[in-house]
Every structure is written in structure tokens, then in C-alpha cells.
Ligand binder design. Structure first.
Ligand code: ATP
Ligand code: MG
Length: 229
């Protein structure tokens, strides 16, 4: 298996001016390399800067300083429009709350991003069925979010993150709302997706079972990475 680095953040700084006189340094010269087709996990106490880093890695939030290289190009050299296109084509996001569209079925929720990218519903549906099968929901495709359990909703959110076939999936506390059994199912699915669909995952989590599936682990404290494993 290759040890190619797919995404590199170098010397990232981010601070927030909370009041006129108070500046909060949230990320202080953070550098991180994300290996392709692996699961990288970021752990650390609340407020350490994990979500901020994840957003910067995914092109959601510009750093004050530093670069994020994808295929040797700094994504923050791109205009906002091009950055949005980069995100749509290359990055899938999963959050703690699933943010599924309540009036649409699981199949439709997974298909909509593909249709926005120009696929017909029939073409989108075919791929969505494969994704929903991969997350163990073949028999729930016509359920709306309210007709699914919390664990199932989150699995639909994961399938949706893969909808446009991004190479990288960034997940922020994807098991934050799940019990142990459902966290365990989701952890196994993530490993499965990595292998079956050749995906790269970067996951922020407090969940021990999910952290266990990591190929690399980064520990953050007060805006710096204090451990790499
Ligand atoms: N938009 C913002 N404006 C001001 N401060 C912010 C902003 N976003 C985050 N912060 C602060 O930056 C610090 C890091 O936040 P971040 O969300 O990255 O932490 P985290 O490690 O993800 O924590 P948690 O585990 O609680 O989710 C926190 O102290 C937070 O209060
Ligand atoms: Mg967070």
C-alpha cells in the first residue's frame, strides 16, 4: 500500500479577535501530513483547536498564515469560488449532527449532491444504492430521516459524504451522538469504506473505539500538536 501524502498543512496559524484587546491564538504553527487511503484521527481536550484545524484542512476556513497543500498546490491560493469547487470535488464532510434534509428519503439525501453536480437522478440513484449498501442500509433507502434510528441517520450522512466520490472525508465527532453499539458499527463501516472505496479519512473524535481504528493519531493541546503516533 502506498504511503503517499494526500494533504499537507504547514505552519498553520489561526487566531480570533474576541474583543478589541483580546486575541485568542487557536492554532500555533500546526503542521500535519495526511497519508492517502488511511484513517487519521485527531484527539485532544475541548478547545484544543481540533475542529478549527479540520475546517482549515477541508478548505472551509482560511488560516491567518500557513499553507494547505493538495497535490502540491496551496488550496488557499484559490479564489473563494474555486475553493468551493475544490471542496465539492475533493472533500466529503461528516459532522456530529447529521444535517440530513428531513423531507427527503435516504436515497434522495445521498443522491442530491450528485444531481447538483450534474448527474441525472437515475445515474445518481445507482451510485447512492451502492453507498447505502456499503453502510448497511439497503433495506432503508426509502426511509426519511425521522423514520431512521440515530445510528442509521449517521450512516446515511456518511454515505452522503461519499456521494461525489471525494478522495478525502473529514469527520468531526461522527459518533458524538451515538451509543457504544452504534459507534462500533460506524467505526467498522469507516474501515470498510477506506478499503472498498479507497478513501482517506481524517476524524476528530473523543470516542475510544473509533480512535482505535486509526492508522495515525495526532494529539492536540492548546493549539499545537503534542503527539504523533
Ligand atoms: N469563530 C470563533 N470565534 C472566536 N473563538 C473561536 C471561534 N471558533 C472557535 N473559537 C475558539 O477556539 C478554540 C478552539 O476551538 P475548536 O472548536 O477548534 O476546539 P475543539 O478542539 O474542536 O473543541 P471541542 O472538542 O469542544 O469541539 C476554542 O477556545 C474556541 O472557543
Ligand atoms: Mg470541535
Amino acid at each position: 500500500m502506498s504511503d503517499k501524502i494526500i494533504l499537507t498543512a504547514e505552519n498553520i496559524y489561526k487566531s480570533y479577535q474576541t474583543t478589541k484587546s483580546v486575541k485568542l491564538d487557536v492554532l500555533k504553527s500546526v503542521s500535519i501530513s495526511v497519508p492517502e487511503n488511511k484513517i487519521s484521527v485527531i484527539v485532544g481536550a475541548s478547545g484544543a483547536g481540533k475542529s478549527t484545524l479540520l475546517h482549515i484542512l477541508g478548505g472551509l476556513d482560511r488560516p491567518d498564515n500557513g499553507t494547505v497543500l493538495f497535490n502540491d498546490k496551496n488550496i488557499y491560493d484559490l479564489s473563494d469560488d474555486k475553493l468551493a469547487r475544490f471542496r465539492n470535488e475533493n472533500i466529503g464532510f461528516v459532522f456530529q449532527f447529521h444535517h440530513l434534509l428531513p423531507e427527503f428519503t435516504a436515497l434522495e439525501n445521498v443522491s442530491i449532491p450528485q444531481m447538483i453536480s450534474g448527474k441525472t437522478f437515475d445515474a445518481a440513484k445507482k451510485y447512492s444504492m451502492q453507498l447505502l449498501e456499503a453502510v448497511g442500509l439497503s433495506d432503508r433507502i426509502n426511509h426519511k430521516p425521522a423514520e431512521l434510528s440515530g445510528g442509521e441517520q449517521q450512516r446515511v450522512a456518511v454515505a452522503r459524504a461519499l456521494s461525489n466520490d471525494p478522495s478525502i472525508i473529514l469527520a468531526d465527532e461522527p459518533t458524538g451522538n451515538l451509543d457504544t453499539a452504534n459507534s462500533d458499527i460506524l467505526s467498522k463501516i469507516i474501515v470498510d469504506l477506506k478499503e472498498k472505496f479507497q478513501k482517506t479519512f481524517v476524524i476528530v473524535t473523543h470516542n475510544f473505539d473509533l480512535a482505535k481504528v486509526a492508522d495515525s493519531t495526532f494529539e492536540m493541546k492548546d493549539g499545537v500538536i503534542i503527539n504523533r503516533d
